[in-house]
Design a protein around this ligand. Structure first.
Ligand SMILES: Cc1cc2nc3c(=O)[nH]c(=O)nc-3n(C[C@H](O)[C@H](O)[C@H](O)COP(=O)(O)OP(=O)(O)OC[C@H]3O[C@@H](n4cnc5c(N)ncnc54)[C@H](O)[C@@H]3O)c2cc1C
Length: 377
């Protein structure tokens, strides 16, 4: 049975001296996917996050439906979006995708995932850094509730990569800045809409994701120095909505090592978020599941920690081409003359091309691509 601790304030007893077989730092998409993969392994799995599970949404929560099905969380879907609409100052196109976007409820999805993490234990704690290895070979992780030890540790803490050696510091780092609001919505619409308009954001895009009773409307700037608050307010006002429920974060747009100092990294901490689209939920699921699988191989005795780390890092590296292509498109598209971009969007809007390009995009992190064995591929 999963155990969820709700310790706050004075109730927060020390965790000093706690040891687990696996320590998962971060209880969002990547961390919960990894914990889910360890269910039934017999291992003691401790999951830490500074907030309660599902407490802080930092995304528009749009994910390809095939991934929602694979993770068994379809019940969290609030609106299905089989179309995408792209608008520029010179026109718009509407594509029917070969798959649908699913706009989901973050808390509900996290709860559904946590239900699948049998035997795992959850504690709220701020993870502060890595304190090296003890004599037994366990990694020592510093938290605001004391030192926690485990032979297998995953950093699923997002872009800050808290357990890594070199931290990214905005605005110098390769990070996209994203902010959105959540005005009420009547539930109409069947498209995830994207605007590529320089008057709104110089290098980036704006979006609207209808999600049942609310719309998630925001702006992402690939240039971290450009502020996005005013553009978000302007964009939502133009769409007739009100700027309520702000939420934002930095999103990485460059891959980083998926293993370092005996620690696994998955999701935004490893840069597992596609440049150009800034889509990082399914990639966090994908790499989180593979990290969980790699750790399970160590627990089962079929691999050493070093072999699992190597195999997992190699798996992550093999996706470098797709991430690199998306990064080049992220450079190219904002530089295209808007009329040319509009023409290109029209040309690729014929159905066979839409099927091909969006089919390729989905395959870059698809459940079918999950390896059976990670350590000895
Ligand atoms: C405005 C916005 C909209 C977006 N929309 C989409 C979208 O619609 N679809 C999509 O695919 N992607 C979207 N993204 C990107 C997506 O949100 C991220 O790529 C994704 O959340 C990465 O998942 P993760 O599990 O790696 O990290 P996160 O979701 O960032 O989770 C990290 C977890 O670690 C915890 N944590 C962080 N630091 C500490 C610490 N020191 N101690 C303890 N706990 C800590 C956090 O509380 C959090 O629970 C969006 C991003 C933004 C900013």
């Amino acid at each position: 049975m999963t155990v969820r601790a709700t310790t706050r304030g004075a109730q927060r007893a020390s965790l000093d001296g706690t040891r687990a077989d696996v320590l998962i730092c971060g209880a969002s998409f990547a961390g919960l996917a990894a914990a889910r993969e360890l269910a039934g392994s017999g291992a003691t799995v401790l999951v830490l996050d500074r907030y309660e599970i599902g407490e802080r949404q930092t995304s528009a929560c749009a994910c390809p439906r095939p991934w929602m099905e694979y993770m068994g969380v379809e019940s969290s879907i609030r609106q299905e979006l089989p179309f995408m609409r792209f608008a520029t100052p010179h026109g718009s196109v509407r594509y029917r995708l070969p798959w649908s976007w699913a706009a989901f409820d973050y808390r509900d999805l996290c709860d559904r995932l946590w239900e699948q993490c049998a035997d795992a234990r959850f504690e709220t704690a701020v993870v502060e850094g890595l304190g090296g290895c003890d004599e037994a070979g366990d990694l020592v992780v510093q938290t605001d509730r004391g030192l926690v030890r485990a032979p297998l540790v995953l950093d699923a803490l997002g872009w800050k990569r808290v357990l890594g050696s070199a931290r990214h510091q905005p605005p110098e780092a390769p990070l996209t800045r994203a902010l959105e609001v959540h005005p009420p919505h009547d539930g109409s619409g069947d498209a995830l809409e994207v605007w590529v308009e320089r008057e709104t954001v110089r290098r980036g895009y704006a979006w609207r994701v209808p999600a049942g009773g609310e719309a998630r409307i925001g702006v992402a700037s690939y240039e971290p120095r450009d502020h996005v608050r005013d553009p978000v307010v302007e964009h939502v006002t133009q769409l007739g909505g009100t700027a309520v429920g702000f939420q934002g974060n930095w999103v990485p747009h460059r891959l980083r090592p998926a293993a370092e100092d005996d620690v696994f990294f998955a999701g935004d901490s490893a840069g597992h978020c596609f440049p150009l689209s800034a889509e990082g939920i399914r990639t966090a699921f994908y790499f989180g599941l593979v990290a969980g699988r790699a750790m399970r191989e160590v627990l089962g005795g079929s691999a050493t920690r070093a072999q699992a780390l190597r195999g997992y890092a190699a798996f992550s590296d093999r996706h470098g081409r797709a991430f690199g292509l998306a990064a080049r498109l992220q450079q190219l598209i904002p530089a295209l003359p808007p009329r040319l971009l509009t023409a290109v969007l029209r040309v690729i809007g014929v159905q066979p091309l839409v099927d091909r390009s969006f089919g390729w995009y989905l395959r870059q992190a698809h459940p079918d691509g999950l390896p059976q064995q990670v350590s000895r591929q």
